[in-house]
Design a protein around this ligand. Structure first.
Ligand code: ADP
Ligand code: MG
Length: 389
């Protein structure tokens, strides 16, 4: 780490930092319905070596073997695409009237890019944390997550705060159970005999229009019906509807929208409503070390994403199907937005290498696609590290 900094900046770095990637165990397509999510910071992440530097931000990334730069007072967006996440952080901090200077940094990352492990949020959250530390800006971890989230919006994405929150607050050995409405969390210990294997299908199916905005709208139709049916203005999001309430209003949904559309709206809203309970059940199952229950909850989640929310695809279903026949399997589901991307597999410790290899081999045989397995553990969130390597 020290070496790539010295090679590029011809001086020694002053400090070292770590920012992890993340995976979400359960609570998929839940954050924007005000629900619960349960991400884990992982030991695939970015190692940073940094030093102060006047008013410039200059960064070397091993991934692209490139030095990017911009001035803190720059009016234009930097030409270096990956530096835009960092310029986003700078712009958000400036908007909040924070005083700080520039830095030189070099990064080494083990997070695959664009594979659903949130390399972009690791970059943005890591940078926000580093500026905050080095220039003593005084932000807490929650605030750092917000700054990083807004930085990603500045870049041009529209996601929720789950990733940055988890990267800022992660704790080794634990998942972060985040209440997306209250923006508070509790830690849930992960049993020691569980390993995580991410399987990347490498497939991304093109969608005609914005499928997530559409799902959000469709699922939300149930909120209006519930508000009228129960005559309760406190019902604002799917978060406020229980499973029992949903079953009770099902006939009203069908009456309002007709059988075909009504059934569809019921299924769309069913996913986030049942998912909220799954997150809370997962907390219990993890705390009791109940591997069978953990697997069952993941399987139900996948089924619901496939049949109710309809965001899975053939390759993801095949990956989940294959996992069930491999030694060490505890549970598996698709993760992330959907229509491609990755599955999360929870695997018994000691079997993870065999499992990872089998996934790649059997998937290739069945689909003729070369997928990738990544084995990971939980890790601490963003932090300063000692380093002299
Ligand atoms: P992900 O799911 O991994 O977050 P995104 O498309 O949201 O995928 O973000 C990937 C982008 O983040 C990359 O195109 C690049 O701009 C930036 N990025 C991630 N990791 C690195 C890295 N190690 N070095 C430079 N840029 C990176
Ligand atoms: Mg991202």
């Amino acid at each position: 780490m020290k070496k790539i900094f010295i090679d590029n900046f011809k001086r020694k770095p002053e400090e070292y930092f770590w920012s992890p990637g993340r995976v979400n165990i359960i609570g998929e397509h839940s954050d924007y319905h005000d629900g619960f999510v349960m991400p884990v910071a992982i030991d695939l992440g970015i190692t940073w070596s940094v030093s102060k530097n006047g008013d410039n931000v200059r960064g070397y990334t091993e991934k692209f073997d490139e030095i990017g730069r911009f001035r803190i007072d720059a009016k234009d967006r930097t030409y270096f695409e990956w530096m835009l996440y960092l310029q986003g952080v700078v712009e958000v901090l400036k908007k909040r009237n924070k005083k700080f200077g520039g830095i030189d940094f070099a990064i080494h990352s083990t997070i695959p890019i664009g594979s659903g492990l949130s390399s972009s949020s690791s970059l943005a959250t890591g940078f926000a944390y580093i500026l905050n530390e080095i220039y003593k800006i005084g932000l807490g971890r929650k605030e750092i997550a917000k700054v990083a989230c807004e930085a990603e919006w500045w870049y041009g994405t529209t996601g929720g705060i789950m990733d940055q929150y988890c990267i800022a607050n992660g704790k080794a050995g634990n998942a972060v159970l985040l209440d997306c409405r209250k923006m508070t969390h509790v830690y849930v210990p992960i049993p020691k005999d569980i390993k995580m294997v991410i399987f990347e299908t490498t497939i991304r199916h093109k969608q005609i229009s914005s499928p997530f905005a559409l799902r959000k709208k469709q699922a939300h139709e149930a909120v209006e019906v519930a508000r009228q049916y129960f005559k309760d203005d406190k019902i604002k999001m799917l978060r406020d509807i229980t499973k029992k309430m949903l079953e009770e209003i099902k006939p009203s949904i069908i009456k309002k929208f007709g059988k075909r559309k009504g059934e569809m709206i019921y299924r769309r809203s069913k996913h986030p409503i049942y998912e909220r309970d799954r997150v809370l059940e997962m907390k219990e199952a993890l705390m009791k070390d109940d591997l069978r229950k953990i697997g069952k909850i993941l399987a139900e989640c996948h089924k619901s994403l496939r049949d109710n929310y309809e965001v899975s695809c053939k390759e993801l279903d095949i990956a989940v199907d294959i996992s069930q026949g491999i030694k060490g399997y505890i549970g598996s589901r698709m993760i992330g937005g959907g229509f491609g991307g990755c599955t999360l597999n929870l695997v018994k410790r000691g079997q993870e290498h065999h499992f990872a290899g089998e996934m790649e081999e059997i998937f290739r045989k069945r689909t003729e696609i070369k997928g990738n397995s990544y084995i990971c553990n939980s890790s601490d969130g963003v932090r300063k590290i000692p380093n002299n390597k």
